[in-house]
Design a protein. Structure first.
Length: 227
């Protein structure tokens, strides 16, 4: 395949994923018609089948690639980085349609028979990296297992964003995520470490210009490395 054809194929695939994300975000998986997605993307049925076998396959791509347009905050380290990332995600979830739709489908996937847990493992790995760094920095309490906490953080974050979505359409999500972290982190870090941590309402304020290229490379999504 020539470079031009590869670029055209990538544009087509991206248009399909973004059109599907908009539809799934607005009306859910069952409410989103495949024809309306294709019309929104400006793509023919034949072109879609070159990339995806079905609407379910397209939904799976939205789930797996939900973080494709996100950027890690690049200034913090250890527990501060964990806080910054969590707050950044809370802000992005209110404006980033691909991220928001991917999260919604990940939560509702049992209803659409996707049953793909890989994205939850992937998020746990991101948080585990911050906790491992916190261990190396001496920020964690003795006896804390930095490998046991990441799934707990993912579960707490998932539940918190669902509650926020139902209550305020995520308007209060940054505040709720801050409260979640203030409850969880004292179990990980002693008071002298907690006193050094900053809990900004908008972690994007800590990343002027976005993340560094090296940090962005860390977002290797499940199922995308071999494409």
């Amino acid at each position: 395949m020539t470079r031009q054809r590869q670029e055209r194929a990538e544009r087509t695939r991206s248009a399909l994923i973004h059109a599907a994300a908009e539809a799934f975000d607005q009306v859910g998986y069952h409410g989103a018609g495949l024809n309306s997605i294709l019309q929104k993307a400006g793509i023919t049925t034949g072109a879609m089948y070159f990339h995806f076998k079905s609407k379910q396959d397209l939904a799976r791509a939205v789930v797996v690639e939900q973080a494709a347009e996100l950027q890690w905050p690049g200034e913090g380290a250890g527990l501060q980085q964990l806080i910054d990332v969590c707050q950044y995600l809370a802000v992005e979830m209110r404006s980033n349609v691909l991220f928001r739709a991917g999260v919604r489908l990940a939560v509702e996937q049992s209803e659409v028979n996707l049953l793909d847990y890989s994205i939850y493992d992937w998020w746990a790995e991101q948080f585990r990296a911050h906790l491992t760094e916190a261990r190396e920095m001496g920020q964690l309490r003795p006896g804390v297992d930095e490998h046991a906490y990441p799934p707990v953080i993912v579960a707490a974050y998932t539940g918190t964003q669902i509650m926020s979505r139902l209550a305020t359409n995520r308007a209060d999500l940054p505040e709720l995520i801050e409260n979640m972290l203030r409850c969880l982190l004292p179990a990980l870090a002693p008071p002298e470490v907690m006193d050094t941590l900053i809990f900004p309402q908008n972690a994007a304020d800590r990343i002027p210009g976005g993340a560094e290229p090296e940090a962005r490379e860390a977002w290797e999504l499940p199922g995308r490395a071999t494409r």
